[in-house]
Design a protein around this ligand. Structure first.
Ligand code: ADP
Ligand code: MG
Length: 374
């Protein structure tokens, strides 16, 4: 007799700028998931935020063309409700449309990677892959993230925070504090959306206006001249780090265009060609970052290797940011780094699902209210 298969809800798409990347990731996970153990259930979130229960056979349109890939909108509108224990409710008649035992939210950016969906899954009382509400939220907010990293003694670049209701910091003062060029970016975003490299006052004004389109809080950062390295982390309390990889971008920085639009915008070098002691430092800092930001399951930690200090003892490695739900297509950095470290794509998916269930079981053992003394 075979064991009952675990129903894995693959939640994908979403309202963010990374909707299409998420569609690709979902397709790759759906194709690769171990069907001996798991039964995948596809829930696509369209660009307006509606959840649709999709059929595996035709959940994407133009799925062979990354430029034209679309979510098939013909699925039934569904939702998960508090305490439903994974029962999927059809929004038309509130009838039961099946049950998920665990959810893999392959969603990037705001409304997916930022703790919002994680809160909903928590209320629905089901295990899910990746960080919880807190880890997801602090990982998304570059200001809070940097303050926690600084507190943990993790090396980061100089930065300042501006808020839309306050007077704009004059360019001279920003330049005096951070140097020129400098970077401006929304505090909560991703995919390099709203990120600019600033060389002068005119660009400063435009860059600030652009960043404030996406968030009422923005970050100014010193420019770090150097290489961009990334490291994958997997696990809960006893997390492990992969070999580091390098992003070599042909654009002025690793912009949205370099990431998604220009096929030749960037190449991944796996493993990164760095001295062993730098690779070790990166792995150590990746784990430290993961813990400092209260993350679980998986994360990709992104670094700069500052040019001038590359040869200094253990120095020159600076954490740029964490991504709590990194790109997850077969050719994305996160799975590729694991592949190079000995964990294949299908096994990686199984491990993540197991970690989600183990973390959930552990939390279930905790009391949720005061039950008297003694
Ligand atoms: N302080 C900086 N110095 C040099 N390059 C930077 C800096 N901040 C960002 N960049 C460039 O911009 C890209 C996007 O910035 P990042 O902070 O990673 O935002 P996102 O969350 O949108 O990926 C980086 O991959 C890097 O190429
Ligand atoms: Mg980034």
């Amino acid at each position: 007799m075979s064991r009952k298969k675990i129903n894995v809800g693959i939640l994908f798409g979403g309202k963010s700028a990374e909707h299409e990347v998420s569609l690709q990731s979902a397709k790759n996970v759906y194709d690769a998931i171990d069907r001996e153990q798991y039964h995948p259930i596809l829930i696509g979130i369209d660009k307006t935020g509606k959840w649709l229960l999709n059929e595996g056979s035709r959940f994407l349109l133009n799925d062979d063309d990354p430029g034209r890939i679309r979510l098939n909108q013909s699925g039934d509108p569904v939702t998960l409700i508090p305490e439903s224990r994974g029962a999927i409710s059809n929004l038309r008649d509130l009838k039961d449309s099946g049950t998920v035992d665990v959810v893999f939210p392959i969603l990037h950016g705001p409304f997916g990677e930022d703790g919002t969906v994680q809160g909903l899954l928590r209320l629905a009382d089901i295990p899910f892959v990746g960080s919880g509400v807190l880890g997801s939220a602090v990982g998304m907010d570059k200001d809070v993230m940097k303050r926690l990293l600084r507190d943990a003694g993790i090396p980061i670049g100089k930065f300042l925070v501006l808020r839309s209701h306050e007077a704009v910091l004059p360019f001279d003062e920003a330049a005096a504090a951070l140097g020129v060029p400098l970077f401006v970016k929304p505090a909560n975003m991703g995919s390099s959306v709203g990120v600019s490299k600033i060389h002068n006052e005119a660009e400063y004004r435009l860059g600030i206006r652009e960043a404030f389109l996406y968030d009422s809080k923005i970050i100014l950062e010193e420019y770090i001249r150097g290489r961009e390295l990334e490291c994958s982390v997997l696990g809960n309390e006893e997390a492990i780090a992969s070999v580091p990889g390098e992003i070599i971008s042909s654009h002025e920085f690793y912009s949205y265009d370099a990431k998604y639009l220009d096929e030749k915008g960037a190449v991944l070098k796996i493993p990164a060609e760095v001295p062993a002691r730098i690779a070790e430092k990166i792995r150590e800092l990746a784990l430290k970052t993961f813990r400092a930001l209260c993350c679980t399951g998986l994360s990709r930690v992104d670094f700069f290797l500052r040019e001038a200090e590359e040869t200094a003892e253990g120095g020159g490695v600076i954490v740029n940011e964490i991504n709590t739900m990194p790109g997850f297509t077969r050719i994305s950095m996160y799975p590729k780094l694991w592949e190079a470290s000995g964990i294949g794509y299908t096994e990686l998916i199984s491990r993540l699902i197991n970690l989600a269930i183990a973390g959930f079981e552990q939390e279930k053992g905790l009391r949720t209210s005061y039950s008297g003394e003694g």
